[in-house]
Design a protein around this ligand. Structure first.
Ligand code: UT7
Length: 329
């Protein structure tokens, strides 16, 4: 007897209504719309409201995905939330989400692989479904990065935004649909080029960590950029190989939405035409673990992808981590 497939039953997303444009940022730090647009491709990003936490962003996305899947929260066996900006260090954002959804039969846990979190969580969720230990799994990528961005640091604050995206996975009987492959990688030796050092067990909150602004994200953009393109190319190739596919089989690539120059370089390396690559970073900036599920939802809602299409998703992020996955809708 073959294993069940892990089908994509529904996709949803949510972005807070407040828009922060490049022109707004010009009033906050020494930057210009021209610099941000030409170096990153970002025009604007969304900011969560005061009191709107990561689990609230996740809740909107989860409800949309569950509605489209025709699945009730009570049918869920497991909730995985990919985030590096949970409501608190613990309890997990997944537990807050579980309570808000009243998903009383679901286990709940967060996964942190920074910008790769959603693909790590999707891979894990698909394994629970394929193994038969869960029938319905909710996988969410949700971030409130506005709370960890240093709004005095022009090198980073122009890049990030808040959002959430979600996917409902369920057991199916068609091996040619759902999560077809995944590849997960990491190299912790590069941990220093993208991190948030304060508040963990290394540097618990203190007057010194506050004074040194250690509770904000720190990044060596150029270093990350250099490693990102190669890591993403490798992850994409591995995910394709494991699915037994080539770029020609892919209807749409959904890359982590970090920087338009990284996305274009990846497209060139994979030999994929621009029109096969989905981009929405101009409107959301980099939303870390939320970036891929938000883009996936938009691609589905806009009709850019349809039932039966193969989609290649690929990410890189703090850790460093990288990940690729092929799904068939
Ligand atoms: O999800 C993973 C997260 N990380 C990433 O995706 C980051 C990957 N890296 C990048 O996207 C790019 O490296 C950045 C967009 C962050 C930076 O672009 P860059 O072309 O690598 O610029 P740079 O850091 O080398 O800076 C070039 C210049 C510097 O000035 P000088 O030293 O040449 O005088 C910066 O100080 O641009 C300056 N600069 C800015 N100028 C205006 C840096 N940030 C800004 C800014 N506005 N916001």
């Amino acid at each position: 007897m073959s294993l069940p497939s892990a089908s994509i039953l529904g996709v949803g997303s949510y972005a807070p209504s407040r828009v922060l444009t490049n022109t707004d940022l010009e009033k906050m730090v020494d930057t210009t719309d021209e610099w941000i647009l030409s170096r990153t491709g970002i025009r604007e990003r969304r900011m969560a409201a005061e009191g709107e936490h990561t689990s609230d962003l996740a809740l909107h996305a989860a409800r949309a995905a569950l509605n489209r899947a025709g699945v009730t929260p009570q049918e869920l066996d497991l909730i995985l939330v990919a985030t590096c900006t949970p409501d608190m260090i613990f309890p997990s954002a997944a537990c807050f989400l579980q309570a808000k959804l009243e998903a009383v039969h679901a286990g709940a846990v967060d996964m942190n692989a920074a910008c790769c979190g959603f693909l790590y969580a999707l891979s894990a969720g698909s394994q629970f479904v394929r193994a038969g230990s869960c029938k319905k799994v909710l996988v969410v990528g949700a971030e409130k990065l506005s709370t960890i961005v240093d709004w005095q640091d022009r090198n980073t604050c122009v890049l990030f935004g808040d959002a959430a995206g979600a996917v409902v996975l369920g057991a199916g009987d068609n091996p040619a649909e759902g999560v077809r492959s995944f590849f997960l990688g990491a190299d912790g030796r590069h941990s220093e080029i993208l991190r948030l050092p304060g508040g963990g067990s290394c540097h618990p909150a203190s007057a010194e960590t506050l004074e040194k602004r250690m509770h904000y994200l720190q990044m060596s953009g150029k270093e990350v950029f250099k490693l990102a393109v190669t890591a993403m190319q490798r992850a994409a190739q591995k995910a394709l190989d494991q699915a037994g596919m080539t770029p020609a089989d892919i209807a749409c690539v959904i890359p982590h939405q970090a920087n338009m120059r990284i996305v274009s370089a990846l497209g060139d390396k994979l030999g994929l035409p621009e029109d096969k690559i989905f981009v929405n970073l101009d409107r959301y900036g980099n939303t870390s673990a939320a970036s891929i599920p938000v883009a996936l939802d938009e691609a589905v809602q806009m009709g850019r992808v349809k039932k039966g299409d193969n989609i290649l998703m690929v990410a890189f992020g703090g850790g460093l981590t990288w990940a690729g996955s092929v799904i068939t809708l």
